[in-house]
Design a protein around this ligand. Structure first.
Ligand SMILES: Cc1ncc(COP(=O)(O)O)c(C=O)c1O
Length: 351
């Protein structure tokens, strides 16, 4: 089955008959500088604690998240990735008529809503800017920066929706790729709005998708309610320890911000030079690219010829074969991707 998420290496390996480590994966948008050494060291030390259950209130982890965002700890809820909280968002919204989702959007939104038979409707990304008119009793889900386009909306565009909709969920899984003064997080106004839920992930920026760590930020009453709904130990000890170490690793954060901006600009610029490709402007760590060659064909050729995996966009019905998404990786890895694309687009690669 064709994957609906990035990072499906087993699918790629079966297709081209190579080993997992041969694949250069551009399909999952993971920070290539990580995981940070501090997280790895804590995981190794943490093995000694595996004989004990973690404290289901996660006091140290909540303190680390609280310190990171200058929030009281009762506003935050550590989770098994941001994905776990999508399920609770859907249950939270079930008293409403449905949820308004961006088009295109991350596939797990629909998965979570379908679990509780919650209707969904879609809005165009441009309409978020100009104003959404929706009179029904729906929750609004926003993804900022947006996957898969990389678009970022300003706080001032989003804040009015908090007065318009009974429940607003902002998935900020990729927000930490922007440096603090560039972020447009709604965490700044969280204490003013009881109807606001913010989701964050430690998967992408800290390069830990295998551990499953994220958190939600919302008013303390909702945090307590969700804690009663869910498995008390959704975050395992190693994930908790790595989460704390990662959030406290300011050196790693700084290094990532300094690496990303020029590297993304260079990759986008080189993609633009390939006739037949058109990268969209991105504010985060991946780029959506319009392609003249159908994306599934391009994906297969890159896999066969270079063992490079890109994310086709066929599972986003609005995008289909005309787009693919690539993560921004290290310069030398990006150059391999560019060379692979140049070959397929028949452009000289000896530069
Ligand atoms: C927009 C978006 N939100 C949430 C997630 C889930 O992240 P996590 O790995 O923290 O569950 C993803 C993962 O790809 C994503 O793209």
């Amino acid at each position: 089955m064709t994957p609906i998420h990035g990072g499906n290496l087993e699918w790629a390996v079966n297709l081209v008959n190579c080993s997992l480590s041969d694949i250069l994966d551009f399909s999952a948008s993971i920070n290539p500088l990580g995981p940070c050494q501090s997280a790895i060291a804590t995981i190794i030390e943490g093995i000694a604690q595996l004989q004990n259950y973690p404290n289901p209130n996660y006091p140290q982890f909540r303190q680390a998240i609280g310190n990171h965002h200058h929030l009281e700890t009762d506003w935050v809820l550590p989770s098994n990735g941001a994905a776990e909280l999508l399920t609770w968002v859907a249950w939270e919204a079930h008293y409403l008529q449905g949820v308004l989702l961006p088009s295109p959007c991350f596939a797990d939104y629909k998965r979570a809503l379908q679990t509780f038979n919650l209707p969904c409707q879609f809005y165009n990304l441009e309409d978020l800017e100009t104003g959404l008119n929706h009179s029904q009793n729906f929750a609004l889900l926003i993804n900022n920066p947006h996957n898969p386009t990389g678009k970022l909306w300003h706080q001032k565009t989003l804040i009015p929706y908090l007065d318009q909709f009974p429940l607003v969920i902002v998935d900020e899984a990729f927000m930490d790729f922007l440096s603090p003064h560039e972020q447009e997080s709604l965490i700044d106004v969280i204490t003013d709005y009881d109807n606001l839920i913010i989701l964050r992930s430690l998967t992408k920026f800290y390069s830990l998708p295998g551990l499953r760590i994220g958190y939600g930020i919302t008013n303390p009453k909702r945090v307590k309610k969700w804690q009663k709904w869910r498995d008390p130990w959704s975050v395992n000890t190693l994930a908790m320890l790595a989460g704390i170490a990662s959030l406290n690793d300011h050196h790693f954060q700084e290094k990532t911000w300094q690496w990303l901006k020029p590297t993304r600009a260079k990759l986008a610029q080189e993609l633009t030079k390939i006739e037949g490709l058109k990268p969209l402007e991105s504010r985060t760590n991946f780029i959506l690219v319009q392609t003249k060659i159908p994306s599934t064909k391009l994906q297969l050729e890159l896999l066969k010829q270079e063992q490079i995996l890109i994310r086709d966009c066929v599972s986003f019905p609005e995008l289909g074969e005309q787009y693919f998404r690539v993560a921004v990786k290290k310069d030398e890895q990006n150059e391999k991707l560019l060379n692979g694309l140049r070959k397929i687009y028949d452009i000289p690669t000896n530069r």
